[in-house]
Design a protein around this ligand. Structure first.
Ligand code: AMP
Ligand code: ZN
Length: 457
């Protein structure tokens, strides 16, 4: 089977053929960095990390160019700065660093490029000037607006009906808009707001503009794959498409569009505005990154994913079973070529449920074998898991890691020390009590010649 992805624009799965197989380009709309991100944001990053891994496998690591941006100028950032008194750059640097660290804990590879909007202001001004010259944008009261009438294909990606859109936008139409659905390319800044000098006065870019500009600068005019959450189809991606195509004589922005489904809490999308968020950095205090990654990839990326504690517990149990087997072979950082069954599952529009089923199948086979054949099957299991971004830990460390509940590694080590001291002073009652208390919490102690070792049940 060939590599194929569901393309939102075509509304069907299409065989994936890059324009240039020696330079495959992908872009993901990244976070606005003003506070901690939630696990729904992480879903998008992890799903497209998997896409990046699949592309690297097929086209070679050196031949895939991946950019994911940071939105570091935005009204929400300005508001956070006013409320906390912290400088904008301090806020955005802090949360960009935190985001990177979180994704590293989730075993995501770093994109080759992580462009920031504020590093591209001159290019954004240039793009706005081009659009004005072509009659696709106009000025009004210090604002510059994109005229959606200038782009015939406006609405094609999302299927949003133009008339409906205009009716929807009509509620509170700014007086400087010719058409209620026109969107902002540039807006004026008040004296106490950050701004840059432009031909239309001191101001700042609208959100959509940055992606069009960063894509062109980092990757090129037409890229292979553009990714993001499904909420970005309209208006964000629709607007990116219109800006870029009008500025580039109709050249399309992207050849394939991939959108991930929502992570939900109950029946609602997880979102900051609803307030039903689980923060990634808090989850990482309780659960190993691989458990969270497993949970995030357990549903197909276009399907909704219901987030529950039970999902995390199940994910932990499944990974434990794999690590039990991995304990039987010597640890190695190297991973062999992934088995065909796993590669084929992901080639079919990143079918992770099928890939996970493939992992379980290899585990079942391995556990029925003996000797060298068993070791080989376990090594195959490891290659399969590594392809998906799992099994990075030494099994011994894995079984000491956070389990979502129970005492931490530090607490356990402290109790073991106390127990060793108790034994030295022949206080066996205390020593036994510590062992029983830990056992009740699922911590197994094994006394050996070189002291006590422990693992989680
Ligand atoms: P934002 O910071 O809200 O612009 O979101 C950053 C990325 O996360 C975008 O690609 C969003 O589409 C995606 N995203 C936000 N909320 C969710 C959610 N509940 N489930 C899946 N993806 C989401
Ligand atoms: Zn974008």
């Amino acid at each position: 089977m060939t590599l194929q992805f569901y393309d939102t624009m075509a509304r069907e799965k299409r065989a994936f053929e890059p324009a240039d197989p020696t330079r495959v380009t992908m872009y993901v709309c990244g976070p606005t960095v003003y506070n901690y991100t939630h696990i729904g944001n992480a879903r998008s990053a992890i799903v497209f990390d998997l896409l990046y891994r699949v592309l690297r496998h097929h086209f070679g690591e050196a031949h895939v160019v991946y950019a994911r941006n940071f939105t570091d100028i935005d009204d929400k950032i300005i508001k956070a700065s006013k409320e906390t008194g912290a400088a904008i750059a301090d806020i955005t640097n802090k949360f960009a660093d935190i985001y990177r660290a979180e994704l590293q804990d989730l075993n995501a590879l770093s994109p080759g490029f992580e462009p920031r909007a504020t590093d591209h202001i001159p290019e954004m001004i240039e793009l706005v000037e081009t659009l004005i010259k072509q009659g696709a944008a106009y000025e009004g009261e210090g604002h510059v607006l994109f005229s959606i009438e200038a782009f015939d294909d406006y609405g094609r990606l999302s299927g949003v009906d133009r008339d409906e859109m205009i009716a929807g936008a009509r509620v509170e139409v700014a007086p400087y808009k010719k058409n209620p659905a026109d969107f902002v390319l540039w807006k004026p800044s008040k004296d106490d707001e950050p701004g840059w000098d432009a031909p239309w006065g001191r101001g700042r870019p609208g959100w959509h503009l940055e992606c069009s500009v960063m894509i062109e600068k980092q990757l090129g005019r037409t890229i292979d794959i553009h990714c993001g959450g499904q909420d970005l189809r309209f208006p964000h991606h629709e607007n990116e498409i219109a800006q870029s195509a009008c500025a580039h004589q109709g050249a399309p922005l992207a050849r394939y569009w991939l959108h991930n489904g929502f992570l939900r809490m109950g029946s609602d999308k997880m979102s900051k505005s609803i307030g039903n968020v689980v923060l990634t950095h808090e989850l990482l205090q309780d659960w190993p990154g691989e458990v969270i990654r497993w949970a995030l990839l357990s549903a197909h990326y276009r399907q909704p994913l219901e987030w529950t504690d039970e999902l995390l517990r199940q994910s932990k149990r499944q990974l434990d079973r794999f690590y039990r087997l991995l304990e039987e072979i010597e640890f190695s950082d190297e991973a062999g070529a992934p088995p065909a069954s796993i590669v084929l599952a992901l080639d079919d529009d990143l079918n992770t449920p099928e890939a996970f089923a493939g992992l379980h199948e290899i585990r079942d086979i391995a556990s029925q074998l003996d000797g060298e054949a068993r070791k080989n099957a376990i090594a195959r299991l490891r290659s399969a898991g590594r392809y998906l971004g799992f099994f990075a830990h030494r099994p011994g460390d894995w079984f000491k890691g956070a389990a979502g509940e129970g005492p931490t590694e530090m607490e356990i080590e402290a109790l073991l020390q106390e127990r060793a001291n108790a034994r030295k002073t022949r206080d066996f009652a205390r020593s036994d009590q510590i062992r029983d208390d830990l056992a009740a919490k699922g911590i197994i102690i094994e006394d050996g010649a070189d002291g006590a070792r422990w693992r989680r049940e």
